[in-house]
Unconditional design. Structure first.
Length: 95
C-alpha cells in the first residue's frame, strides 16, 4: 500500500473550499438576481466540488485500502463499507 499524497489532498481540499465560497456567495442571491455569468460560475464550481470529492475518494481508497475502483461511486461505497461514511452521508453525496 502506498501512502496518501498529502500535497495532492491539500490541493483538492483547497479547491473545494474556494469553490464552496463562490457557490455560497452567488447562491445567497435570489435566482432572479443571478446573472447568466454567475449561473455558469455556479455550475462550474459545483462541478469542481464534485470532481475534487471524487478524486479524494478514489485517492483514499487506492492508497489506504489498496482497492482499484473503476468509478467514483465504487470508491464511495468502499469508504462506506470501511466505516468512513455512513449511509446518510452517502445518500447526501449521491443526491
Amino acid at each position: 500500500m502506498e501512502k496518501v499524497n498529502k500535497d495532492f489532498m491539500e490541493k483538492l481540499t483547497s479547491e473545494i473550499k474556494e469553490a464552496i465560497l463562490i457557490i455560497a456567495r452567488y447562491s445567497s442571491k435570489s435566482f432572479k438576481e443571478i446573472s447568466d455569468a454567475e449561473k455558469y460560475a455556479l455550475r462550474y464550481n459545483l462541478i469542481v466540488v464534485t470532481e475534487a470529492l471524487s478524486s479524494l475518494a478514489i485517492h483514499i481508497v487506492r492508497r489506504v485500502f489498496g482497492s482499484r475502483p473503476e468509478r467514483p461511486l465504487q470508491a464511495l461505497l468502499i469508504l462506506r463499507d470501511k466505516g468512513l461514511l455512513d449511509d446518510y452521508e452517502l445518500t447526501i453525496l449521491l443526491s
